[in-house]
Ligand binder design. Structure first.
Ligand SMILES: Nc1nc2c(c(=O)[nH]1)N[C@H]1C(S)=C(S)[C@@H](COP(=O)(O)OP(=O)(O)OC[C@H]3O[C@@H](n4cnc5c(=O)[nH]c(N)nc54)[C@H](O)[C@@H]3O)O[C@H]1N2
Ligand SMILES: Nc1nc2c(c(=O)[nH]1)N[C@H]1C(S)=C(S)[C@@H](COP(=O)(O)OP(=O)(O)OC[C@H]3O[C@@H](n4cnc5c(=O)[nH]c(N)nc54)[C@H](O)[C@@H]3O)O[C@H]1N2
Ligand code: SF4
Ligand SMILES: [Mo]
Length: 677
């Protein structure tokens, strides 16, 4: 065999989700012939999912963007980088000169979120821009987690994660790890983990639909959407009433909490949840002796009751002694920054100023609610938007209104790798090196399920004119008269330039970039209990069990319970993720927008399996395919997210936003279902 035909194998890792599974990429020349799991990766041991195995198809896809585009006279035309960046800088400068930097908004989208060097340069750009208009996926995903971590634990970045090696009682609430690999917890090989815990103890799944993880758990409860808070409220009330609570750290506010939870009698909790009382009694028996791990996901954070549910899940863990104890929850001490040596600052007031057009909303740790973007544009406050890797039209609420707003912008600059509806609306399209085209180290160290770091080299040359996101952003900064971070190489195509950017990212990490690169994978032991967690909670004066903002929201939710009930025959919509695509990406793997509905709900509407149906709200109407599923709770339909034609965000509303977190209501709102004409 000629040397040019020889297969070479390169070790890499997948950056589609935070599991970061080890991959082996087999190539002939520069052509990828196979992507497979890396059995030698200590974390993933050969595990991959269909999305990760598709990274080469993503790289080669016909809809991939190969060169920069700029809009001239209404049409996007291919251009050179110099012309694109000159034009973008000139148009941004005009906006800034005429309206101030606050007229430029920035979205830190998921597409650039896994590009470590690109994301850091985007942050540097935003810091020098001096605009308050910052948006990120947080306010369309899981603000409850940030809010509760601040209010109860005194630091927004505290993210408890189950000690799966020893846990014996795990509650999954509104999370479907078999498909999603968990919500921000990177459960590699989820089926194996679930089976292991179920063998040892109890795993409860709480979800209005029997989901893909349910076959692996010991018990499934299907409450009404958004009613999880009542289940947790009952469990916590009962623990305290019986004196069976046993926190491992100091606590504050126990009496206020007990008073707030007084309404959650067995009867009232079961009524709100729409479950038999016996289910709650059984669940109490399972959790009373602790420690209890509770994993929540978007089935909690996207509901109207997100904050109180998330809060009560923490309280349950705290009061069963699970926090920072073996068999309970551990907290990531950071690999790139080190919480264990530097400590975490007390940060218990996460609220920041919000967008002027929406005085009812606040900002959260510096983010403005994504839902406010259209109003800010219509009011003329935002004239330009720099979109670092977001599929805005599919991920933000109220797509029909958002499209109109985006069309009004003077500048919409989108960093992307694939053509989509958002690039079609953009004035500038900036294609960046995608994951096989750039080297990487993990940026979001604390989202990993290990105390580890790894390295992936670039394995193929950049497609067409694609350049490193950091290089593109640095070029823009230069043209705008900003200061490019010292040491930034002039040319990303030069040997070692991308690596130099990565090395500069982690000066204080546990291991140097050089070591991570040469070894490929490095890992350190986790300590549990970790001294730094208990020390932080002591400094904070104990876990705050009863933050006033959450107590008051609970009171309102209880008072409004009747208004959230559906009329007889009505449907509530809940979201879900699917195995073969990630949000708006990878749809070429074949997922379709199947709406799950209970057969007994479908029959009276004349809806048969695989029949075309419409799903409508007062914001819009989509057409999709019905899939009859006896595992759906009656009166609930499950509509997946991410499809361009059946865009679930044509049903959501920019006005349905949580007041204290800015999160959009993406789960548990009423929809009308009918057969498609
Ligand atoms: N109604 C409803 N809305 C939702 C959700 C829901 O369940 N229901 N889910 C929400 C959630 S949890 C999230 S996180 C957000 C996500 O919303 P976004 O942050 O907008 O993320 P994605 O939809 O994943 O779009 C990411 C884009 O990045 C591109 N991309 C992929 N890799 C790269 C790369 O290497 N470089 C660059 N430059 N681009 C790349 C992809 O082609 C894709 O178009 O959506 C939210 N919106
Ligand atoms: N394959 C795949 N994996 C992904 C993604 C993807 O698009 N595809 N996206 C990634 C992203 S950005 C995120 S944020 C995570 C999200 O990860 P998860 O939070 O696990 O998201 P889902 O898989 O949609 O699971 C949410 C579950 O909540 C249920 N649910 C909905 N409403 C309620 C409710 O009111 N109460 C209860 N108890 N349950 C409810 C739904 O039926 C669903 O089964 O997944 C990540 N991983
Ligand atoms: S679970 Fe799938 S998408 Fe996530 S890192 Fe692993 S292979 Fe990639
Ligand atoms: Mo997400």
């Amino acid at each position: 065999m000629a040397e040019a035909d020889a297969v070479r194998s390169v070790r890499s890792y997948c950056r589609i989700c935070t599991c970061q599974c080890g991959l082996v990429i087999d190539l002939i020349g520069d052509t990828v012939i196979k992507v497979r799991g890396d059995k030698d990766n200590p974390a993933s041991r050969g595990y991959t999912c269909p999305k990760g195995r598709a990274v080469a198809d993503l790289y080669a896809h016909p809809d991939g963007i190969d060169r920069p585009f700029v809009r001239h006279d209404g049409a996007l035309v291919a251009t050179s980088w110099d012309e694109c960046l000159d034009d973008l800088a000139a148009r941004l400068k005009r906006v800034i000169d005429d309206h101030g930097p606050e007229a430029v908004g920035v979205f830190f989208g998921s597409g650039l979120g896994m590009d470590a060097a690109g994301f850091k340069m985007a942050e540097a750009f935003f810091a020098q821009l001096g605009s308050p208009a910052k948006f990120s996926p947080m306010t369309i995903d899981g603000t409850a987690k940030t809010l509760v971590a601040s209010l109860v634990g005194g630091f927004p970045g505290l993210s408890p994660r189950t000690d799966y090696a020893k846990a014996t009682t795990v509650l999954f609430v509104g999370v479907n790890p078999l498909i999603s690999h968990g919500h921000n917890i990177a459960m590699v090989n989820p089926a194996l983990i679930l089976k292991d815990v179920a063998r040892r103890g109890q795993v409860w799944m709480i979800d209005p639909r029997v989901n893909e993880s349910s076959p692996f758990v010991t018990r499934h409860l299907a409450p009404k959407p958004g009613a999880d808070y009542a289940i947790l409220g009952y469990l916590v009330r009962e623990l305290m009433a019986r004196g069976e609570d046993q926190a491992a750290q100091p606590i504050a506010g126990r009496d206020e909490l007990a008073a707030g939870l007084a309404p959650f009698t067995l009867a009232r909790a079961a009524e709100i949840a729409g479950l038999p009382e016996q289910d709650l009694l059984d669940l109490y028996e399972a959790v009373r002796s602790g420690p209890v791990s509770v994993e929540t996901g978007t089935g909690v954070t996207m509901t109207a009751t997100a904050n109180v549910t998330q809060w009560l899940s923490w309280v349950l863990m705290i009061l069963t002694g699970a926090m920072n104890r073996p068999g309970g929850m551990w907290f990531h001490p950071g690999f790139n920054v080190r919480f264990d040596t530097m400590g975490v600052p007390i940060y218990d007031n996460p609220w920041t100023p919000g967008p002027p057009t929406r005085p009812e909303l606040t900002g959260l740790i510096g983010d403005w609610p994504c839902a406010a973007l259209p109003d800010e544009i219509f009011a003329g406050n935002i004239k330009a938007l720099v979109n670092f890797g977001g599929s805005l039209v599919r991920s933000f609420p109220d797509a029909n209104i958002l499209r109109k707003a985006l069309a009004e912008l003077d500048v919409l600059a989108t960093f992307e790798i694939m053509e989509n509806e958002t690039t079609a609306l953009s004035t500038h399209v900036l294609p960046t090196k995608s994951q096989l085209e750039r080297p990487e180290i993990p940026l979001w160290d604390t989202l990993s399920s290990r105390l580890s770091a790894q390295y992936a080299p670039a394995v193929v040359p950049p497609r067409g004119e694609r350049r490193a996101a950091w290089w593109i952003i640095a070029g823009l900064m230069e043209r705008l008269g900003m200061t490019v971070p010292a040491g930034t190489p002039a040319n990303d195509l030069a040997e070692g330039a991308d690596e130099a950017m990565l090395a500069a990212l982690i000066p204080h990490a546990r291991r140097s970039f050089a070591e991570i690169r040469s070894k490929g994978y490095v890992e350190e032991e986790l300590e549990l209990p970790a001294r730094w967690v208990d020390a932080h909670i002591e400094r904070f004066g104990g876990w705050r069990l009863a933050p006033p903002a959450l107590l008051s929201q609970l009171g309102k939710i209880l008072a409004d319970e009747a208004s959230r009930q559906l009329p007889p025959g009505g449907f509530a919509m809940i979201p879900r993720r699917m195995r073969r695509h990630l949000n708006a990406a990878l749809l070429f793997l074949g997922d379709t927008c199947d709406v799950l509905i209970n057969p007994e709900d479908a029959a009276p509407l004349g809806i048969a399996d695989r029949q075309a149906i419409t799903v409508a709200t007062d914001r819009g109407r989509i057409q999709a395919v019905a899939k009859l599923d006896p595992g759906m709770r009656r009166g609930v339909v499950s509509v997946p997210h991410g499809f361009p034609e059946a865009n679930v965000n044509e049903l959501t509303s920019k006005d349905a936003v949580d007041r204290i977190s800015g999160m959009v209501l993406y789960s548990g709102f009423p929809v009308e279902i009918a057969t498609a004409p």
